[in-house]
Design a protein around this ligand. Structure first.
Ligand code: SF4
Length: 699
């Protein structure tokens, strides 16, 4: 029977999905919840996209997991008590660690977890398990932008300025993002910028709703971002459109970059990127002549094996123009996942501790050990990054028991079929989720977790604004929050004294102490303050501090206080088309689905709008292969094959196919994507690989 509870008041909370974290109001009984956009939340100003409007369907969904599941001797998943399920997990952890050592137990987290859960998961891994092997799906999302921002500015906050600055920018260069579909309420800021006379330039291999709103669309060859950025800077230097005073006063290493881009002649850049010289020259002129401008990257340029270099190349352009720290200007990266920002700040990354501290930094280790009440020597060192952790599952030296919290890795990982096989090789797979996702279906133990409107916590949106996600309903009786689950599991592992939290706000208070004086400082925040101010921007180092919407106005967070140019090289992606695989494959999102689709594929209206994946192909390419609209095709890369349905559109380049990544199963596009990693960020190359297309039978 559905679990129904009356909401006694209208609750102000936030959408369960993307990094915009739109404010919404929930009211009514749980089985007939009314969702309204919150007009008083100054990010969405009352707007929601179709995903947000239909989010309430998740609350009473018949597929919802309502009890733990254990795999029985016949191989089926059967209902179990929490006592039995957690005892099984604790025993598996202890057996694995006894046999193979502490690092043989791994944890895989998520950028959708609240700050409290992300923090607690990192602490659980290091203190309760003593393992170095914890990483999360944000490695697949923001890691290249994060590494580049750290390198250039000494600090990574997706947007170092508030959204309210966007309408005042004269020119915006947006790279690799289709925000009009992925975050529609965000477009109100770009629309206001246009009405103020501003210009939008979009760099994307694919035409989209966003590019149609742009003044210029630079449709580059997939994987050629650094060449295009160097080409822009070449023109800016040649024509004296750079900010020499800013470069001299606020940056270092410009001369090396100037030398690097000198050889990126427009003819060469046109050949490397496929963008006509006249078009990128026009873009350079618009940027160079603007009094205020923003350069914003996203996954298109970042999810590549050169993702960090690509991002640094665009940052070079921003620094040469003197944008970071200037009013209504700057460089930023648009975060995708709901808590993609907070998820990377509180210690669920393999190489980081809370406060965005490096796990290899002795001072950071000492501080965190003190907050956690342990000896610094007990803290493990850095572990394996997400794909490397998963690739080694069940193998010599690899993880043997894995706890996955809120992530559907058999859909979202590159080379996904291989990852599915590795998961099957585990001694024990434990998955905590709302639904029986494709990953949970493989688990030995499934733990039903509370969802967005059933628990208290905080999220940090794409601006670095920490917001309060409030509970509107209690979870169903046999469902626990991940905070409860982790605390009870720690107790069974004999570490309960480090996890004695009654309520999530106690976790948040400890998180604040752990983050104090770190890069992402939450020390001066409380639930009350966040609520009273409609969110607080970090850093917020003291109770009297009101938060920091704009960063870098006076100084950067590098040792010298100056931002650093980086003379990166343009390098081709790991795979380019050849005789056997003659086209590029790129992936992305559609309006009515979100991430691996665990939630949105279950919502009737969203399923109706976006029922299945498709293969976008240019009309000329379709003719070449004799394909018609709706034809069944087989796509093959060096990782495997999937089938799909043809969608003929001139939105895509002739040399490229596009497939959305929200669907699992045998036709999940991530079975094709290339797991080659960026050498710094360990980001897989989701956005470019070489592919073959051929007709397939309808079956
Ligand atoms: Fe807003 Fe994103 Fe939710 Fe849509 S999915 S309502 S853009 S937070």
């Amino acid at each position: 029977a559905p679990f129904v509870e009356k909401a006694t008041e209208q609750i102000a909370t936030h959408c369960p999905y993307c990094a915009l974290q739109c404010g919404m109001l929930l009211s009514g009984p749980r089985d007939q919840v009314t969702v309204e956009g919150n007009e008083h939340f100054p990010v969405n100003n009352g707007s929601l996209c179709v995903k947000g409007w239909n989010a309430a369907e998740l609350l009473n969904h018949p597929d919802r997991l309502r009890t733990p599941l254990l795999r029985d001797a016949q191989g089926g998943l059967v209902p179990a008590s929490w006592e039995d399920a957690l005892a099984h997990v604790a025993a598996a952890i202890q057996t694995t660690q006894k046999r193979y050592g502490r690092d043989a137990v791994g944890v895989f987290g998520s950028g959708s977890l609240t700050n409290e859960k992300a923090y607690l998961l990192g602490k659980f891994a290091r203190v309760a398990l003593g393992t170095s092997n914890i990483d999360y799906n944000g490695r697949y999302c923001m890691s290249s932008a994060a590494a580049a921002s750290q390198a250039a500015f000494g600090l990574d906050r997706g947007l170092p300025f508030p959204l309210e600055d966007i309408p005042h920018a004269e020119v915006i260069l947006l790279i690799g993002s289709n925000i009009a579909e992925t975050m529609p309420p965000l477009m109100q800021y770009f629309e206001a910028q246009r009405q103020n006379g501003g210009k939008l330039i979009v760099i994307d291999p694919r035409a989209s709703v966003t590019t149609r709103a742009a003044h210029l669309h630079l449709r580059l060859t997939p994987g050629s971002d650094a060449a295009l950025a160097h080409g822009l800077l070449h023109i800016l230097v040649r024509e004296g459109l750079i900010d020499k005073a800013y470069i001299a006063e606020r940056t270092e290493d410009f001369e090396q970059v100037k030398g690097r881009v000198a050889s990126y002649w427009p003819e060469l850049v046109e050949r490397a990127t496929g963008v006509p010289e006249g078009l990128f020259t026009q873009a350079a002129h618009l940027l160079g002549r603007a009094r205020s401008a923003m350069i914003l990257t996203a996954r298109g340029s970042e999810q590549q094996s050169q993702g960090v270099s690509n991002t640094l190349a665009y940052i070079n352009v921003a620094l040469a123009l003197g944008l970071p720290g200037r009013i209504y200007s700057g460089f930023g990266s648009i975060t995708g996942q709901g808590n993609g920002q907070g998820g990377r700040e509180h210690g669920q990354k393999a190489d980081q501790l809370p406060g965005y501290r490096k796990i290899s930094d002795p001072g950071a280790r000492q501080h965190i050990a003190e907050v956690w009440g342990i000896d610094e020597s007990e803290l493990p060192g850095p572990g394996k990054s997400a794909y490397e952790l998963l690739e080694g599952l069940g193998q010599e030296g690899g993880v043997r028991t894995l706890l996955v919290v809120g992530s559907n890795i058999v859909v979202s990982s590159p080379n996904a079929l291989h990852i599915q096989e590795r998961l099957k090789a585990l001694d024990c797979l434990v998955v905590s989720d709302l639904f029986l996702s494709e990953t949970a279906q493989l688990a030995d133990v499934v733990l039903p977790s509370a969802q967005w409107a059933e628990e208290e916590g905080t999220m940090t949106n794409l601006e670095g604004r920490v917001i309060r996600r409030r509970r509107a309903f209690a979870p169903p009786p046999e469902v626990k929050t991940d905070v409860e689950m982790l605390c009870q599991l720690a107790e069974l592992l004999g570490k309960g004294r480090y996890f004695a939290y009654g309520e999530p706000h106690q976790v948040f208070e400890e998180l604040g102490r752990a983050s104090a004086r770190g890069s992402a400082d939450y020390a001066g925040m409380s639930y009350e303050k966040i609520e009273a101010r409609n969110g607080v921007f970090w850093p917020c180092p003291g109770e009297e501090h009101s938060g920091t919407p704009r960063l870098f106005q006076q100084t950067f967070h590098t040792p010298s206080g100056r931002a650093r140019f980086h003379p990166v090289r343009h390098q081709s992606p790991a795979e380019v088309p050849d005789e056997e695989y003659p086209l590029y494959l790129t992936t992305g999102r559609v309006l009515a689905q979100y991430q691996s689709g665990t939630q949105t594929r279950r919502v009737a209206r969203l399923r109706e709008l976006a029922p299945a994946p498709f293969v976008e192909i240019h009309p000329t390419t379709a003719r070449h292969y004799g394909l018609v609209q709706g034809a069944c095709v087989r796509l093959t890369t060096r990782r495997g094959s999937i089938c799909g349905t043809v969608k003929i559109t001139s939105d895509i380049r002739e040399d490229t196919l596009f497939v959305p990544f929200h669907w699992g199963g045998k036709d999940a596009v991530n079975r094709l994507t290339n797991p080659v990693l960026d050498s710094t960020s360990r980001m897989p190359e989701f956005k470019v690989c070489a592919v073959r297309i051929e007709r397939a039978s309808a079956s």
